[in-house]
Write a protein that binds this ligand. Structure first.
Ligand SMILES: [Zn+2]
Length: 79
């Protein structure tokens, strides 16, 4: 809990919306026409979940995308 507090909550924590489709797992984007969130890869609009992550991890995802490497985030229920 101390590590989570220091490195995420009191540092650069951010919330990103991730597609819950098990075959997808990409970051969702806002759909301004529909006023909701949409996965740009699979078109999913129903199972988009907020995921708390550090902003440096989001930057890593963006840097890898710029290199042509797509990371899929597999979501599971919290225990
Ligand atoms: Zn998707």
């Amino acid at each position: 809990m101390v590590i989570k507090d220091r490195l995420l909550d009191e540092s650069d924590g951010t919330v990103q919306y991730v597609c819950g489709n098990p075959q997808c797992g990409h970051i969702a984007i806002p759909d301004h026409k529909a006023g909701s969130l949409r996965c740009a890869t699979c078109g999913n609009t129903s199972s988009i979940y907020p995921v708390e992550m550090s902003y440096s991890f989001k930057l890593l995802l963006d840097e890898l995308v710029s290199l042509g490497v797509i990371m899929r985030l597999q979501l599971e229920d919290m225990k």
